[in-house]
Each structure stands twice: as C-alpha cells, then as structure tokens.
Write a protein that binds this ligand. Sequence first.
Ligand code: DCP
Ligand code: CA
Length: 494
Amino acid sequence: MFNGYHFYFYPSTDVSRINQIRSRIVAKQGATITSEINAQTSHILVRPQSVNQKFYDNVLNPALKINKNITVLDSDWVSESVAGRKIMNTDGYVVTANQHVQDEIAHPVEKSGCNDNDLETVKKRRSTSYIDECNKKSKQLSEDIEFKYREASEYDDDVDRKNSQFHQTDETSEQGDLYETLSIPTSELNSVVNALEQSIADKSRNGHSNYSKTLNGLYDIVVKAKHEALRERRRSVDLKLSPENARNISYLTRASQTKWLQAVKERSDTIKLFMSVYGIGEYTANKFFSKGYRSLQDIFPFVDDNGRVSITHHSDFVERISREEVEEHFTQVKSAAAELDKDIQLYCMGSYRRGCRDCGDIDIIFTMNQGTIMKIKSKFEILLEKMFKEKLAVYTFTKGSGKWLGATQVNSKWRRMDILLVPWQELGAATLYYTGSGEFNRMMRSRAIKMNMKLNQTGLFTATKGEEPHLLESFNESKIFTILGLPWIEPSKR
Ligand code: DCP
Ligand code: CA
C-alpha cells in the first residue's frame, strides 16, 4: 500500500513505542522508514501532541531545507489508511503550519517584511496555533466526558487513576496497536450511545462545532456497531478505533459501569424524583437539575402549594399501595356516599380493577343512577365536603371539570386519590378507559381507528370521512368490545 513512500516518524521510533508499532506495520505495507530525515523522506508523521517548537526548530525546519516538498501529516493518517485498507485522502491530516514555514523559509523577507526576530515570532505564532488546534481537538472529548463526571459525587480510586491517565499525552500512556480493537458488551452500547448523544447535544448547544465532528464520528461508529450487534444478536462487538478514540470509548464504557453510569443514573433518578412532585414536568425537572438542585429539599422553595404538599408527603405518595389499603380508602368513600344518596355508584378502577397486587394510587369512578353530569357534579361537591369533614380527604390538588385529584388519609398515610365524575350514560366507555392499562387503551383506540371508528372515555363513535360522527356505544363496556369485533377481555388481561 505504501510502496514508494518514505516515512519519518516523530517522535522517532527510538523513543516512541506507538511509532515503532506503526512503522512496523506500514513497513509491511511497503513503506520505507528511516530513522533520520533525508532527501527521499516524503512524509513526516507526527503525533499532534508531540508537535512543539522543538519539532519545528530541530526537525521540520532542517527537513525543509533538505526537501522543501516534504509533507507533515498527523500519524493517524497511516492508522486510518491501514484500517481502511486504502490510502486515505490527506485532507484533515496535514499539519498546516508546514506550508507557512515553507513559505517563510523560501521568501523570508519579502513574505514577512520583517526582521529575523519577527519571523521567529510569526513561526512561533503559527506553529503554536496548530499545536493549540491539535491539542484542542484531542482534549475536547476528554474534557467533555470528564465534565460529566464532575457531577458524580463518588469517585472510586481505580477509576480516578484511569481518569488521570486519560489525559496523559506522554509516550508511555500510548498502548496497543495502530488500530485498537475494543470489545464492548452489546448491553453497554446504549450507555455509550447515550453518553455521546448527550455530549453532542451539549456541544451543539454550546456552539463547539468542530469538536462535534469528533463526537459525531464516534457516534456513527458506535451506532453502526450497535445495530449490527442487535441484528446479528451478538453479545459483544469489536470496534476498530484509533488509539485516541479507543481510549475515549473505553473510558466511556469503563465509566459506564462506574462513574458515568452514576452520573447518568443520578441525572435520570433526579429528574424522575422531581417529576414525581405534583405539577413538575420534564422541562421543569431538567431546569432544576441544570441549576444544580438534587433533592426535594433543594427545590422545595421553588414549587407551588401542590408541590410543597407533594414533597411533604412524598414517601407516602410514591409508595405502592396494597390492594387491602386501596379497599380501605374506597370503602370509606363508599360509606360516606351511601349516607348521602342511594343513587350514587362508585367503582374502583385502574390497576386495582386489573387485579394488581399493589397500586400507584386510588382511581375511582363516581356516577349516579340515570344521573346527568350536572347532577353528578353537585352531588360530588357535597360528598367531597363530607370527606374533608371526616378527615378522609386531606388535600385537593386539582378540581377540574369532571374530576377531583386529591389526597386521602386512612390511618396515618396520605395517598393519592383520583375521582372521575362520569355521566351515567357514559359509564361503559369511562370504565373501559379508566381500567387501562394505558397500553391496552392505546391498542383499543388504534383498533377503532382502523375500523373507521373513534374510541375515547366518553364513548365509541363512527368516524366516517365527511360524515358527522354518531355514538355507537357508551353505556355498556362489553358492547364496545363486541362492536370492535373483540370478545370480552377480562380486566386482569388488560
Ligand atoms: N390512562 C390512560 N392514559 C393516560 C393516563 C391514564 O389511558 N395518560 C388510563 C389507563 C390507566 C388508568 O387511566 O390504567 C389509570 O391511570 P393510572 O395512572 O392510575 O394507572 P394505573 O392505575 O394503571 O397504574 P398505577 O397502579 O401505577 O396507578
Ligand atoms: Ca392507578
């Protein structure tokens, strides 16, 4: 592949282990490797981290005097070429200061119009900008990844040690081959993809566009590998990566077991925690997290009354409620209602009706025999007042049209209770909706759509284009199944 190429590696193969390995591999591909620069040397292959003023003074400038057409490339170019089994375009690998220095050496006075000292300054400035560029490129990923870890509170010693190695640029930190094969369990790829996605999102938000290229490149590699692994049902994938990228990815995967996972887990756990507070959605939860809040105590001063009640009784509200306790709350509501009006009918819905062993909250349908919504609403007002008097109801989060979202207390614990006010005629559709599960409801609705019907919590309707919808069924739950061409499905199977 490299027949006719004369390479000189910098740092020289005497001192750089990675360059020794690289030179061995490219020599096998036909390149001539020399330990000194001579008139035949076509390329100087450098590790960007090693390009400094010494390189310009002691290597490049003297080299250009011997061969002014010599090209200086990032040694990743040979790595990429070997890995890709073809000589890569050198765009993007050229050490750009090369051309400037050549120009300056060829026409020092005319070009720069300044004295020798000034020329030195120009060279220094230009070469420094290249060095800066390279260093920036190679460090940005590390910095960004590291940034995430600052958020993780616990640092285990081992990972800390690895973390400090991650930034090392001396030769001894370099290990492995020209291209490293990194084996990653398929189960870990998602964490890496997420980490990269997060980094890309952060970067584009912060406007670091050139760095995004590095990330996007890595992202493409990992996503492709993930799809292949899933398609072929592989337990792990082998990623071929440049040493730099291998280090970054392996850092991500190692960290995914420790710090990165902790950081991501902390983020998602905290967002989930914040979202468990009444009235806090994903947007606000993320905002709180970005501001550095990590606990319910942290956000307490910034939430409304509902939020404060929700935080104060948080452990009660997030605890799953046993069927028995759900029954206790339901029974108390029923007995309060029974004393009010014999026409009131109450049904316990949600996961309770599906037979689940425990429930997230207590979902109740309130209706009245032959009752209209007006009558039902006014009767419910009286019931609710009674519930508060009896200290069964302890708080109202929302009292919207047709529903009450609040808290009830039996024994010492506060529990979330939602009561849906349902017109008698809509009992079947409301029962179907409120029994759930959410997934089952979606399936039923999409079945209705396919049959040119529309199903919601008020009824099953026709949905023929260009025609007014008309009600097909709303009172009888089982008839809704029949019209949709389904047998009765037990709540426990929903
Ligand atoms: N529901 C729905 N779509 C929603 C919310 C609710 O279809 N976005 C329906 C299906 C649910 C029912 O209402 O089963 C009750 O809602 P819950 O959130 O109380 O869910 P579950 O009672 O099923 O579960 P949990 O035990 O967690 O309360
Ligand atoms: Ca529920």
